[in-house]
Write a protein that binds this ligand. Sequence first.
Ligand SMILES: Cc1cc2nc3c(=O)[nH]c(=O)nc-3n(C[C@H](O)[C@H](O)[C@H](O)COP(=O)(O)O)c2cc1C
Length: 269
Amino acid sequence: MGFFSFIRKLRQIRAQRPDIPPDLSENRLVSILLNRRSVRKFQDRDILDQEMALILEAARFAPSTVNMQTWSFGVYNTKTWRETFGRTIPYGARRAVLVLGDITRVRQAADIFPNSPLVEYTVSVINASLAAMNMTIMAQALGVASVMLSDTGKTGFFSAAYLKERLVLPAGVYPLMTVVFGYPKARNFPVPPKFKIDDITFCGTYRQTKASVVREWFSLMEAGYRASNFFSSFQAKLGYYRKNLRQAEKELREVVFGQDEQKPPTGRA
Ligand SMILES: Cc1cc2nc3c(=O)[nH]c(=O)nc-3n(C[C@H](O)[C@H](O)[C@H](O)COP(=O)(O)O)c2cc1C
């Protein structure tokens, strides 16, 4: 990518704005939703316990399939995270919530999905992810920034075996991601390249996004990544994923299907 093309792409990225009709531009919830960004630079001061409690309340009140609440949350501050994982919370964040899909309560109450590990896993992932999203929105409403992490710092499904061992997870509990929280170091983080609404929606039968649109998006991703990680590249980042993919896939299969295939976990109804 030439220098001028790089600059043009950065301008394109910087110019992105959420589409908000003028009469709703002052609406606080609209603003909270559309101005949320994943933040990776935090101030060196703790967030309030009452703010953290509200963030967790947002998780508890998230929607879930048949209200099954197929989730659990590991809740950490800097001290307890260090005690558990022997290092700091990624990006210098002050609090962390490890989001787990959790089917164990459902199994105890009534074995709703016997011999259906993929259904159990899917239900858990959907519901726990909604709870994670609720937490980030509540955080944003309180002026607390966050980022969901599934890879950085062995925080989610890409390190399933590690987290299973560290947290002594039983069968039916799936590490998904960690949401880390803190006050943001800056405001107005740039919007990473988003597809346009016409590229991701259809009416009637499915419509595939044009290859040229996908190529353009990919080149914006490369430029954006280069701008924020000058000594690395988006391709290098993807290379990292490719390198670790086999292991991650193997561990995840073990966590999702492993024990169930051999013997039902104890405590199963
Ligand atoms: C499930 C999930 C996992 C993620 N894992 C990581 C991660 O490991 N490291 C990271 O820096 N960002 C991670 N992110 C943040 C994404 O990179 C970010 O959401 C995306 O670039 C879009 O930016 P935005 O949230 O500001 O719109 C993750 C996001 C999601 C939803």
